[in-house]
Design a protein around this ligand. Sequence first.
Ligand SMILES: [Zn+2]
Length: 160
Amino acid sequence: MGEQDTTEYLRDGRAPIPKSKIISQVMSANRGKNTNPELSMRKSLRDIGLSGYRLHWKKAPGRPDISYPKKKIAIFVNGCFWHRCPHCRLPLPKSNIKFWQEKFNNNKLRDKQKKRKLETNGWKVFIFWECSINEDAKRCANEVKQYIKKTDSEKTYIHL
Ligand SMILES: [Zn+2]
């Protein structure tokens, strides 16, 4: 599938250059794992009738993983390792600690900036962690659906 290729390419571009073979292995293992939650998230969204999303849409601030431009909904699928999931609290790699600490801090900072930029531009932002998606992707997708239902009914009300 074409969309999967794009995702991998973008992830590669964002990743730091591996400093050792071991780190490189950790990173690629993680990268492989990372695409799965994105795929199951998209599948769950399609399953409940929310197809028509864009992937890494350039015109949205921060190029969200998944977005619905007309509804101004942005969805980020965060890998627990890269984005330092507060639920999992995965251990840091044992070597090059400083490098990783900095890398993770940058990731977290960038996540925050993206969210803020989207929100100031009127977007609704959803952040789903890899672990929650693995646990129940459908529940995550339904959160988005609930939001759409709610905003749609509000719109209808205003137009009456
Ligand atoms: Zn997690």
